[in-house]
Design a binder for this molecule. Structure first.
Ligand code: FMN
Length: 438
C-alpha cells in the first residue's frame, strides 16, 4: 500500500474568490460574514485535511494599467479581510484541523506578531500555523508608511533576523512554567519565564512574551518563497512549504533541493512537508470532467486580462502595456516580487504568445493536471506523488464555493481514503504532530 500523503487548502484570502462563477449563491452580498469559510473549515476537518492556509496581501491591486479598476470590478483579491480574524472564527468552529493565517513581517513588529500567533495557538489548543511572508509590493509597503519594499534577497536576510526575534519570544516561556497550583497559590513559576532580548540590524525586542507560551512551543511555520534565496530560508525555518511549480519533474527537483538544503543546515528533511498546489476538475464521469475543463478554459480565455492583472499584482508588472499576441520571450520581464513564479511562467511560456502563455500557466492553475471521476483523480494524485516522492497537495481552486468544497471533501477525499492515500482520522490533537505523523 502506498504511503499516505498530506492535504491542505490554499485559500486565496478571505475574499470573494468566485465572484461571477456559477454555484456561488449571494456571494457578493454575503461575504462580510464569512460563513462560507467557516463551513469550509468544518468540511475540510471532516475530510481530515492537515490545514487551511489563508493567503493574504494588504493592498488593493493597481499594477494593471496603473488602475484599480480591473481588481475592484472583478473582485481580484479585494475586498479582503484580515486573516487573523478569520483564523479565529475558523478555529472556534473546529477541533483538529490546522489554521494558517498569512502575516507579513513588514507589517507586524516581531513582538506583536509573536503575541498574536501565540494567542491564536492557545485559543485553538495548538492548531495554528503562520504563513511567514515578507511581502513583495511597494504599494503594500506604502500602506504602512514605508517608502517601498527592500530588495528581494535583502528581504530574506531581514526575515532570518525576524525569525530569531520571534523564536526568542516564543521560547521565553519554558515548558512547565505554568504551574496553576491551587495549593501553593502559584500560577506561573517565574524562574521559567525569561526575557528574550534581541537587537539586530533591523529588529529589536525584549520579552518575555506576556501572552504566555504557544501550546505547540512554536507555531507551525509555512513558507512559499521559491527562489534560491527563498528556498534557503524556507529549508531553515519552515515546517511546511507551499510549492507552485509545473510538472512532476520540476516538483521532484524542487522537493529534493529543499530537502538537501535542510540537511545541509542540520535539519531532518522529513521534518518539512512540501505541498504542491493543485486544482482538480471532477465529474461523475470522465466526459463530464472534460466538459467542465472546456468550460473553465473558455471562461479563462475570455478573461486573459484578469489573469494577467492577478499575476501582475504579485510580480508588480503592468501587463496591460503588452499586446497579447507578443511572444513572451520578446518581453523584458523582471520582478522584485515573486521571482520564482515569474521564472516558472517564462519556462512554461517558451515561444508562446502572452495570451497562450497565460492560458497555459493559469488557464487551469496547478502543479499537475488532475481530471476525471474522484477515483480517477485519486489515482492521478497517487501517481504524481510516486514520481515526486512526497509530501502532499494543497487545493488551490480559484473559485471557492460550497459546491467546490463539497466536491473535494465529500467526493475526492473518500476516493483517496479508499485507496489508503490520505488519513481517515487525525492521529493527534495538535497541528505539528499531525503534519509530522507520516
Ligand atoms: C504559492 C505562493 C503563495 C504565496 N502566498 C503569499 C501570501 O499569501 N502573501 C504574501 O505576501 N506572499 C505570498 N507569497 C510570496 C512568497 O512568500 C515570496 O515572498 C515570493 O514568492 C517571493 O519569493 P521568491 O522570489 O523567493 O519566490 C506566495 C508565493 C507563492 C509562490
Amino acid at each position: 500500500m502506498a504511503r499516505p500523503f498530506h492535504l491542505g487548502w490554499f485559500l486565496q484570502g478571505s475574499s470573494v474568490q468566485a465572484w461571477g462563477e456559477p454555484w456561488t449563491g449571494a456571494i457578493g452580498r454575503d461575504w462580510m460574514v464569512p460563513e462560507l469559510f467557516c463551513d469550509m473549515a468544518r468540511a475540510l476537518e471532516r475530510a481530515c485535511f492537515d490545514y487551511i492556509l489563508i493567503e493574504d496581501s494588504s493592498y488593493v491591486g493597481e499594477s494593471y494599467g496603473g488602475s484599480r479598476e480591473i481588481y475592484l470590478r472583478n473582485g481580484l483579491s479585494v475586498p479582503r479581510q484580515d486573516p487573523s480574524v478569520i483564523a479565529t472564527l475558523m478555529a472556534a468552529q473546529t477541533k483538529r484541523i490546522g489554521i494558517v493565517p498569512t502575516l507579513s513581517t513588514f507589517a507586524y513588529p516581531p513582538y506583536l506578531l509573536a503575541r498574536l500567533v501565540a494567542t491564536l495557538d492557545q485559543i485553538s489548543s495548538g492548531r495554528i500555523g503562520w504563513n511567514m511572508v515578507t511581502g513583495s509590493s511597494d504599494v503594500a509597503a506604502m500602506n504602512y508608511g514605508l517608502p517601498g519594499m527592500p530588495e528581494h534577497d535583502l528581504r530574506y536576510d531581514m526575515a532570518d533576523e525576524y525569525m530569531a526575534a520571534v523564536n526568542g519570544l516564543w521560547d521565553s516561556w519554558e515548558p512547565g512554567a505554568i504551574q496553576a497550583d491551587t495549593e501553593s497559590g502559584m500560577l506561573v513559576d517565574h524562574t521559567k519565564v525569561h526575557p528574550a532580548p534581541f537587537e539586530g540590524r533591523w529588529y529589536k525586542t525584549r520579552g518575555p512574551l506576556n501572552s504566555g507560551p504557544c501550546p505547540q512551543g512554536r507555531p507551525v511555520i509555512a513558507q512559499a518563497g521559491g527562489s534560491p534565496r527563498g528556498r534557503q530560508f524556507a529549508s531553515l525555518h519552515a515546517d511546511t512549504i507551499v510549492a507552485s511549480v509545473k510538472g512532476t519533474a520540476a516538483m521532484r527537483a524542487y522537493r529534493e533541493d529543499v530537502r538537501a538544503r535542510a540537511a545541509a543546515q542540520g535539519r531532518d528533511p522529513d521534518s518539512i512537508k512540501v505541498l504542491f498546489l493543485v486544482n482538480p476538475i471532477l465529474g461523475d464521469t470522465r466526459e463530464e470532467a472534460e466538459l467542465r475543463k472546456r468550460q473553465k478554459l473558455a471562461r479563462a480565455e475570455a478573461h486573459v486580462p484578469r489573469l494577467l492583472a492577478h499575476f501582475g499584482k504579485t510580480t508588480n508588472i503592468d501587463f496591460s502595456k503588452y499586446d497579447l499576441d507578443t511572444p513572451v520571450d520578446q518581453l523584458d520581464l523582471h520582478t522584485n516580487g515573486h521571482q520564482q513564479s515569474l521564472d516558472d511562467f517564462k519556462r512554461v511560456a517558451g515561444k508562446r504568445s502572452l495570451r497562450q502563455a497565460m492560458m497555459a500557466y493559469r488557464g487551469i492553475p496547478g502543479s499537475v493536471d488532475l481530471l476525471g471521476t474522484p477515483d480517477e483523480v485519486a489515482g492521478q494524485m497517487a501517481e504524481a506523488m510516486e514520481e515526486v516522492g512526497g509530501d502532499g497537495f494543497l487545493m488551490s481552486l480559484p473559485d471557492v464555493s460550497r459546491r467546490a468544497v463539497a466536491e473535494i471533501a465529500d467526493g475526492l477525499v473518500p476516493a483517496l481514503q479508499a485507496r489508503g492515500l490520505t488519513r481517515r482520522a487525525y492521529g493527534h490533537a495538535q497541528f505539528r504532530d499531525n503534519l509530522l505523523e507520516f
